[in-house]
Write a protein that binds this ligand. Structure first.
Ligand SMILES: *[C@@H]1O[C@H](CO)[C@@H](O)[C@H](O)[C@H]1NC(C)=O
Ligand SMILES: *[C@@H]1O[C@H](CO)[C@@H](O)[C@H](O)[C@H]1NC(C)=O
Ligand SMILES: *[C@@H]1O[C@H](CO)[C@@H](O)[C@H](O)[C@H]1NC(C)=O
Ligand SMILES: *[C@@H]1O[C@H](CO)[C@@H](O)[C@H](O)[C@H]1NC(C)=O
Ligand SMILES: *[C@@H]1O[C@H](CO)[C@@H](O)[C@H](O)[C@H]1NC(C)=O
Ligand SMILES: *[C@@H]1O[C@H](CO)[C@@H](O)[C@H](O)[C@H]1NC(C)=O
Length: 449
């Protein structure tokens, strides 16, 4: 009996690794959610070079990508088609992917965005945002784009997708942008997606943006952008279900991972939540947050589980943010096993974050924030422990902090600050605010773990 108890889990681990198709090496006993989309290889293979592509870093390959992808559509090969991008620098404008394809970046392959931004295509705003996120009207299409797709894999041997974002960042700095900057990769209304073993670099705006998607795996991906590059969020699951982000290194100019669900009256009307989001083994730094929920939360965000985060040299460790006018909800969020090193603030939960799309928002549309558990956090070089500021007419409830140790190294001692919040705290150092230390709070928090 005892022997079987030991043998069965080992067998299950091996079996799981085999089922995953060997594309990911699953360490025994290591938790993973990437099984929501099984990795697969495709028999039919084509190369971008077959379609007139030239990887010399100078030739524009937009037409080659378009014809490769329309070929994949026409061939409609059983099991889909593998589009190989060999070593080389493949300059291109924005292009659309199709279903049942693998975009494979070989070692030393670079898909590089053109810096000729004058003809960059525009697309409609997202219905849940009502306008571009930065500027009214449409928005520039992402470098790699997909809409209404299924069974898409973007992978390789650590090849690079380079947005050459500095042109766009400078337009932002000089206020000469006409529309919202493009994401590096955006997939809309798509399902069964894997993004793995690639490097995203210097995105003009957000890096990876799955919106209205389900079953998305982002695994073993590196995302890099300068510390001062504006709005270069790492991965932003937005109004999407079953998204798994694992084993990523992300160092950018904005939140490493930010879960979103639409903006004020547009997001409330579209009513598409983000749910079933898992984030695990993510490491990196930026001057904003390691993991963020919001601030766009109008479709609701629930059932988020994040663990084993390693956040260093950053602004905020964990940032949960919403605003009056947002509506929606943030509930059943668990964030566990977080290592912080040299961060300005360990935890910030705020009901006054972010701006509004226009004057049409309803100031009485108050978000509901209920059921957040933050546990097993260890921080050193923390300047301020944290602040939790709910909304007066919609206090944040069932907030539980447990086993949180923060070594504060500030010349003056900055306490926790709280308002319009209830919940509990167990084993929190420095000692948390009074709102979280009642006897009821302790009982609730014990039950929440
Ligand atoms: C790409 O797809 C979008 C729809 O999401 C469409 O508006 C656009 O015209 C397509 N662009 C190209 C270059 O095919
Ligand atoms: C992660 O990606 C790197 C680079 O592509 C690769 O060498 C490594 O095997 C990958 N690891 C896993 C677990 O897939
Ligand atoms: C993949 O490339 C990135 C960026 O160049 C690098 O930091 C990382 O170490 C590489 N990973 C592997 C496994 O080669
Ligand atoms: C809360 O979220 C977790 C995922 O983190 C999920 O497993 C669980 O079922 C959710 N609980 C409820 C009551 O929905
Ligand atoms: C408390 O959190 C630390 C740091 O994450 C962890 O190492 C430790 O095991 C936790 N303690 C308990 C009792 O869970
Ligand atoms: C706090 O610690 C961090 C890293 O551990 C260090 O860079 C910083 O200078 C320290 N600040 C103070 C005020 O001691």
């Amino acid at each position: 009996m005892v022997r079987w108890l030991l043998v069965v889990p080992a067998l299950v681990a091996v079996l799981l690794a085999v089922l995953k198709g060997g594309a990911f090496v699953v360490a025994e006993g290591e938790a993973t959610c990437s099984g929501i989309v099984p990795m697969k290889s495709r028999e039919k293979m084509v190369s971008i070079a077959d379609f007139g592509g030239v990887g010399d870093g100078k030739t524009l390959n937009t037409a080659a990508f378009e014809s490769a992808i329309s070929h994949i559509v026409q061939q409609n090969a059983p099991g889909g088609t593998h589009l190989h991008i060999p070593a080389g620098v493949w300059l291109t404008g924005a292009f659309n992917l199709t279903s049942h394809m693998t975009l494979f970046l070989a070692k030393d392959a670079v898909i590089k965005a053109t810096q000729d931004t004058s003809n960059w295509p525009l697309i409609d705003p997202l219905p849940s945002y009502g306008r571009g996120r930065e500027l009214p009207g449409g928005r520039y299409m992402s470098l790699i784009h997909g809409n209404g797709l299924r069974d898409v894999i973007i992978t390789g041997e650590n090849g690079t997708i380079d947005g050459q974002g500095d042109m766009w960042w400078n337009m932002w700095r000089q206020k000469t942008l006409r529309f919202t900057r493009p994401n590096l990769l955006e997939l809309m209304h798509s399902t069964d997606v894997i993004i793995s073993n690639v490097v995203f670099q210097d995105s003009p705006f957000w890096n990876i943006h799955p919106v209205y998607c389900s079953n998305v795996v982002v695994k073993n991906v590196t995302i890099l952008a300068p510390y001062d590059s504006p709005n270069t969020d790492g991965v932003d699951p937005d109004s999407s279900m079953n998204v798994c982000i694992e084993d990523c290194y992300i160092s950018t100019g904005d939140d490493l991972v930010a879960v979103k669900s639409g903006w004020d009256e547009y997001g409330i009307a579209y009513a598409r939540p983000s749910s079933g989001i898992t984030v695990r083994r993510v490491t990196g730094s930026n001057q904003f947050a390691g993991i963020a929920i919001g601030s766009e939360t109008s479709g609701g965000i629930e059932n988020v589980f994040a663990e084993n985060l390693d956040i260093f040299d950053s602004g905020i460790g964990i940032h949960i943010k919403t605003n009056s006018g947002r509506g929606g909800f943030i509930r059943n969020i668990t964030i566990s096993d977080v290592n912080l090193n040299n961060v300005r603030k360990a935890l910030k939960i705020s009901g006054k974050a972010g701006d509004h799309p226009d004057d049409g928002y309803d100031p009485n549309a108050l978000p509901v924030v209920d059921g957040l558990t933050i546990k097993n956090v260890w921080g050193v070089g923390v300047r301020q422990p944290g602040s939790i500021q709910g909304i007066k007419d919609s206090p944040f409830t069932h907030i539980c902090l447990s086993n949180v140790t923060l070594k504060v190294n500030s010349s003056r001692e900055v306490p926790w600050t709280c308002a319009d919040v209830s919940g509990g705290a167990l084993e929190v150092q420095p000692s948390p605010c009074a709102e979280l230390t009642s006897v009821n709070g302790v009982r609730f928090c014990t039950n929440a773990l």
